[in-house]
Design a protein around this ligand. Structure first.
Ligand code: MN
Length: 152
């Protein structure tokens, strides 16, 4: 899958327990409006926020996690699209591999899309820990920098 070329290019699936795209078989992965937040104990602790969109997981790394209060904004760095199979991934990425460290599923659930443009994604997240409305806004300067803001 072309969209996942960057994901595949950064990883050697003989050495990382992370899923190779399509390994579970796309048919086995039920489609539709899911999200996951993974706590990733890499060189620097961060939280990866992933939204199922266009048959991949659109992904952002948040150094401080998701905003918790209304009006709170957090930096969200857009990273490469991940395969849908990553929704269920947790485990330890061994030293020497891209993103080495422990990955824990911190929350997951479904989302409703309220608005989507190339620079703005507005969603309602219905997870186990997280329930609320959030907007992601591309900040412009750095191409991969977004802000995630809780607004309800
Ligand atoms: Mn990560």
């Amino acid at each position: 899958m072309k969209k996942l070329k960057e994901y595949t290019g950064k990883r050697n699936f003989l050495h990382t327990p992370e899923p190779a795209p399509g390994i579970a078989g796309e048919a086995e992965v039920e489609e539709g409006g899911r999200f996951v937040v993974q706590e990733h104990h890499a060189r620097r602790l961060h939280w990866d926020f992933r939204l199922e969109m266009d048959s991949v997981l659109k992904s952002w790394a948040l150094p401080k996690g998701l905003p918790r209060e209304n009006g709170e904004r957090r930096l969200a760095v857009e990273v490469e699209d991940h395969p849908l199979e990553y929704l269920n991934f947790q485990g330890i990425i061994p030293e020497g591999n891209y993103g080495a460290g422990k990955v824990i599923i911190w929350d997951r659930g479904r989302y409703a899309l309220l608005e989507k443009t190339s620079r703005k994604i507005k969603v309602v997240l219905l997870g186990e820990l997280i329930r609320g409305a959030y907007v992601l806004i591309k900040t412009g300067k750095e191409n991969n920098q977004w802000l995630m803001i809780k607004f309800q």
